[in-house]
Design a protein around this ligand. Structure first.
Ligand SMILES: [Zn+2]
Length: 206
C-alpha cells in the first residue's frame, strides 16, 4: 500500500550544461510540485501507513527550505556565489546541477534520511520512501526511485553535505538545528533518533 503527499515551492536557478540555451544561460524560476510516495509493511494503530500530520514537520520544513530561494551548483564561479551570498537571503548551494532529476534524487535521499531519524510512537510499520516526483512544469516530471539510491551513477555526488541552506532559510525552520541533528544522527554511532513522535492517546482499545 502506498500513500502520497505533495508539496510546493517556488525557486530560481540556472541549469548549466543543458542543451536548452534558455535554461543553461538565464536565471529563471519554476513553481515546483514535489510528490512523495511512502509505503509500509503494516498499518499503525489508527489504520494508517503514516499520519499525514507527520509530514508537516521536518519533511515540510526541509522542502520549504527550497522555497523562494536561488539554487546553484556549488561549482558556479566564485563571482556568482559571492554575489548571491551578498544579495539574496534565501539561497541553496548544491553538490550537483539543479535539474529536476537531481532534485528528485536529492529529495528522495534526504526524506529517506529524515524518516530514518524519526522515532514513531503509534506502532507504525517499516516506513519506506518508494519514490519522489519533481514537477517543474505541468508537462513533465522526474521521478527518483528507491533503487536509484543504490546506483552510483545517480548518487556519486549525494551525501548529507550535498545541500548548504543559507542562514536565513534555517532561521525560518521550526527546528533551526534540524539539519545538524540529522548529520549528527548519521555520523555518530551513539546518537539517538532526533525526531521523536510520542504515543498518542489510544481512545479505542483493540
Ligand atoms: Zn529550470
Amino acid at each position: 500500500m502506498i500513500i502520497r503527499r505533495s508539496f510546493k515551492f517556488c525557486a530560481a536557478h540556472i541549469v548549466r550544461n543543458c542543451t536548452s540555451k534558455r535554461c543553461s544561460s538565464s536565471l529563471h524560476g519554476h513553481n515546483y510540485v514535489v510528490e512523495v510516495f511512502i509505503s509500509a509493511n503494516k498499518l499503525d494503530n489508527a489504520g494508517m501507513i503514516l499520519d499525514f500530520g507527520i509530514f508537516k514537520n521536518e519533511i515540510a520544513d526541509f522542502i520549504d527550505g527550497f522555497d523562494h530561494g536561488y539554487h546553484f551548483w556549488n561549482l558556479e564561479s566564485q563571482e556568482i556565489q559571492k554575489f548571491i551570498h551578498q544579495n539574496s537571503a534565501r539561497y541553496i548551494a548544491l553538490s550537483h546541477n539543479p535539474s529536476a532529476e537531481n532534485y528528485a534524487l536529492l529529495f528522495l535521499y534526504f526524506i529517506d534520511k529524515i524518516i530514518g531519524a524519526m522515532s514513531f510512537g503509534n506502532d507504525e510499520g517499516e516506513i519506506k520512501v518508494l519514490s519522489v516526483r519533481v514537477h517543474e512544469t505541468d508537462h513533465g516530471y522526474a521521478e527518483a526511485f528507491r533503487s536509484d539510491l543504490e546506483d552510483r551513477n545517480f548518487t556519486q555526488n549525494l551525501s548529507l553535505d550535498s545541500i548548504e541552506f543559507s542562514p536565513a532559510i534555517q532561521e525560518e525552520w521550526k527546528d533551526k538545528e534540524m539539519m545538524q541533528k540529522l548529520k549528527n544522527y548519521y555520523t555518530s554511532t551513539l546518537a539517538k533518533k532526533p525526531f521523536i513522535y510520542t504515543r498518542p492517546t489510544q481512545q479505542v482499545q483493540k
